[in-house]
Design a protein around this ligand. Structure first.
Ligand code: ADP
Length: 215
């Protein structure tokens, strides 16, 4: 697919075809008070780029499928702030046992641990808990702070970043979730938790946007 920036005239042509298609080149030219020859390069560009379909002896059609593709491209440029879910948070002194219970109650794959000031301190994933559960018989006593992935090793994302940036961080770091954070002023690597982005969040955002546009 070719991504091009359309000229005003090309936008006008698309509008006409959307409203009146199928429509011949001659009819489009008449509506724009142009000659067919003057219009030909624009029609060629729009057809090559996939915005329009042309059928001999019928005319030009608007390509709705192309709309879907364009929205698919735009979807990843949406802001994290608009799609983040609530973070599921435990105190870092919480026992591994209670964290496992929390994971089931909240129906999530990852918990975030905070310190006494409410700042992000760690990430506890399903596998962290499973690993501990098969390796320790003291789950009621063991705090999650011992097993979690800690700051400054946590990969975070900020609300103004895009879903594309979130998707890249998830894939490149082989993780399922990203804490959405705001850095505490003048304190490097100290974050307040404001949400979470998971692979599910991104898939759901994709479905929502595609459904909206096709509906
Ligand atoms: P699972 O354990 O279910 O496979 P993940 O793939 O998300 O879930 O986690 C794999 C490992 O990466 C775990 O040890 C976890 O603590 C760590 N991890 C998860 N999310 C992050 C993150 N945002 N930043 C740093 N480490 C993370």
């Amino acid at each position: 697919m070719i991504g091009i920036k359309l000229t005003n005239r090309q936008d006008e042509i698309l509008k006409i075809v959307k409203e009146s298609g199928p429509i011949t080149g001659k009819q489009i030219a008449e509506k724009l008070s142009l000659t067919r020859a003057a219009l030909r390069p624009d029609l060629a560009i729009l057809t090559m780029a996939g915005n329009l379909d042309a059928r001999p002896r019928v005319g030009y059609f608007y390509n709705h499928k192309r709309d879907g593709k364009r929205h698919a491209e735009n979807f990843l440029h949406q802001k994290v702030a608009d799609y983040k879910a609530h973070p599921i948070v435990v105190e870092k002194s919480t026992s591994v046992y209670d964290a496992i219970v929390q994971l089931f109650l909240e129906d999530v794959g990852t918990l975030y641990a905070v310190d006494g000031l409410g700042h992000l301190a760690g990430v506890i994933s399903r596998k962290d808990l499973l690993r501990t559960a098969i390796g320790s018989n003291n789950l009621h006593e063991l705090p999650v702070s011992v097993i979690m992935t800690r700051m400054p090793n946590i990969i975070t994302i900020e609300p103004q970043e895009t879903l594309l940036q979130a998707a890249k961080k998830l894939i490149e770091n082989h993780i399922d979730s990203l804490p959405v954070v705001k850095e505490v002023e003048n304190q490097r690597n100290t974050y307040l938790l404001v949400g979470r982005i998971t692979k599910t969040t991104i898939t759901r955002a994709y479905l929502e946007i595609m459904d909206e546009k096709s509906g």
